[in-house]
Design a protein around this ligand. Structure first.
Ligand SMILES: *[C@@H]1O[C@H](CO)[C@@H](O)[C@H](O)[C@H]1NC(C)=O
Ligand SMILES: *[C@@H]1O[C@H](CO)[C@@H](O)[C@H](O)[C@H]1NC(C)=O
Length: 360
């Protein structure tokens, strides 16, 4: 019985290794986003994507361009002053402009990163968190991913640095490829083919902060909503859980997070019966095909051994080791292994000491 105990222990170890949750990668690889064993390729959403919001401040407007690149660091097009772009390594950038149509004022007030690999600039790391919408927001009934990207910072007027983060809800929509209705923005990023607008005007307006009521900031609304953009601004402000952190919330609809598009291993292994388009499919199990093969082999072997033992018992009245089909062979496995290990050892040592098999 000793051997079967070893067999059992090994199998248990193998299982715990196979089923252990994968360690979260520190990097965010947009073409290989894994959550609960399901893989998504968001590469098609890569490159700079922008939305513009506007806040009516009374005598002027603050328009903000939020630009996201989930695949690579953002790079502003052309020569841009330091204060008017986000630092190297930024993945999400906010550029705030002061607009006064009457006086033809349009100046960049500040630019700051909302996420990125920014530890060397005094921010922190991107440290991505990936979760299924079905888990973090089951009530919405939406299929997709919630990705939290960190590392951003904002230096306020009183030189207090506040951490910044971006939360993107990638929502499944089979009809969208994610770039619909994108608003044209003044803030151009590589690889954008449009000519650079090098326009820096004097800061002639210093009195923009006299709207009094601090408690209710003017509503920030996204421009171009009539074009039904795929990328939507939800809100920007202090986090619910940590008021020292500001969070930008975006919703991005596309087909790339639909589970029917995402997984390859599912097609072969899953035999749930209905092969619809995956709409009603619950994420019941997300084991890879490989795990399934191991499980099938394991249960197949177990069934074979049990059935064989039963046959041997009833037919031939076998007991002990004789119960097992091929009992002799199985019993010999430890000795065969030991023998094999000894030979390997001999070979390894032999090559060093010239002992072993060399003819004298
Ligand atoms: C700023 O926002 C206003 C709407 O509040 C819009 O009419 C204007 O075109 C925007 N300007 C820029 C430069 O985005
Ligand atoms: C980004 O890095 C480049 C060199 O790779 C450097 O020339 C540039 O000044 C950096 N920009 C910022 C904003 O740090």
């Amino acid at each position: 019985m000793k051997f079967s105990t070893i067999l059992y222990a090994d199998t248990a170890l193998l299982f715990s290794l196979l089923l252990a949750p994968l360690p979260t990668a520190a990097m965010f690889r947009c073409n290989h986003v894994v959550s609960d064993g399901q893989q998504f390729n968001l590469e098609a959403l890569g490159g700079p994507h922008s939305i513009v919001t506007s806040q009516d401040m009374g005598n002027h407007m603050i328009n903000t361009t939020y630009t996201v690149d989930i695949c690579a660091p953002l790079k502003k097009k052309g020569d841009v002053k330091r204060g008017e772009q986000c630092p190297n390594g930024s993945r999400v950038c906010a550029i705030k402009r002061l607009i006064n149509p009457a006086e033809k004022v349009d100046t960049i007030r500040y630019a700051f990163p909302l996420a990125g690999e920014l530890a060397i600039h005094g921010g922190s790391t991107l440290d991505p968190e990936i979760a299924r919408l079905s888990k973090v927001d089951p009530d919405s009934g939406k299929q997709g991913l919630r990705v939290t990207l960190k590392g951003g910072y904002y230096d306020g007027d009183n030189h207090v640095r506040r951490k910044q983060q971006t939360v993107i809800d990638f929502v499944c929509n089979k009809d969208l490829d994610g770039s619909e209705g994108e608003h044209d923005t003044e803030d151009k990023y590589e690889p954008n083919k449009d000519p650079v607008e090098a326009r820096v005007e004097d800061e002639s307006n210093g009195d923009e902060d006299k709207d009094g009521d601090e408690s209710t900031p003017p509503k920030e609304v996204q421009l171009g909503m009539d074009k039904n953009p795929s990328l939507v601004f939800d809100r920007y402000g202090p986090s619910d859980t940590d008021t020292n952190v500001d969070v930008l919330h975006l919703t991005w609809s596309s087909k790339y997070v639909c589970e029917s598009e995402a997984d390859d291993g599912k097609k072969g292994g899953d035999d749930k019966g209905d092969d619809g388009d995956g709409e009603g499919k619950k994420p019941s199990s997300h084991w890879g095909a490989f795990t399934w093969i191991i499980v099938l082999v394991f249960f197949g072997t177990a069934a074979y051994l049990i059935f064989g033992s039963w046959l041997n018992y009833t037919r031939y009245g076998a007991r002990g080791w004789d119960l097992l089909p091929h009992g002799d062979t199985i019993r010999d496995i430890p000795y065969l292994m030991k023998d094999w290990a000894r030979r390997v050892l001999n070979t390894v040592q032999g090559s060093g000491s010239r002992g072993g098999y060399s003819a004298v």
